[in-house]
Design a protein around this ligand. Sequence first.
Ligand SMILES: [Zn+2]
Length: 287
Amino acid sequence: MATFLLQGIYPLGEKLRGLGTPPRALLLGILLGTLLGSLLGLAGARWWRLKPAGAPFAQGQGLQPLLAANTAAARRCARLLGTTEVLTLADPSNYGERRRRDQAGGRVPAAPSLVVLHETVLSLPDTLRLFQTPHPRDADQASYHLLIANNGTLFRLVPDQKRAFGAGWSAWGDATIRHRLADTPLAAGSINNVALHVSLESPADGRGDGDGHAGYSTSQYRSLAQQVLLWQLRWGIPMRRVSTHNAVDRSHSRRDPRSFRWERFDQAWRQAAQRCGVPERYGLEAR
Ligand SMILES: [Zn+2]
């Protein structure tokens, strides 16, 4: 085989022919080299499959960088705003742990770093009942961290530190987190591992599948803006990491919160930020 290879490589073959018959040691060396190279190649391919470096677990280089988390500032701001939560925890089958590693053992981000807005579609009592019902089947499990009733009351369903099942197949631009290898079933990424999910109670005319509805109350916008601000301070999240389920969904099946008005949110956010003396770098205009 080695001789054949040598003849195939024209200039080298010419050179060696000029030298006469290639020495046996040289042929043996080439044979061993080829064998070793193939083995190394195979091992390399295997390693790559087990540990896809970088790309398949890409965490979105283009995202606005996180700010420093400041729990003391968050607590102070919550006191100033008079924010309280009603504790109505979801059944444990409906939420889980933020995972620190993917299936191949690589580290994945697990700290809250994105805020996703939703609406319930269902009424408040029906939503609370749904999340407090145990759901053993993965496909039926759902939850948000917080729920905001029509009158602005905050209901705590899942602690921030836990992983709520708010957005299944989802991504932020091209940023997502995959826990399974890219070529295995159910490998499509989700942002749940780093998301904080908050849902607005839909108005009475928003129970169905319509394209829009009457929208959300002033109390809801106020509570939502205050909560987003507290999360921003607590976890160091800049405004451009706050988005909607509609914008992060990749399954083409979610488009909430319908009839949401960002300018009403922004107005409420500016008032809350002013009351807490929150610096500009948390707002929309921050670089
Ligand atoms: Zn949603």
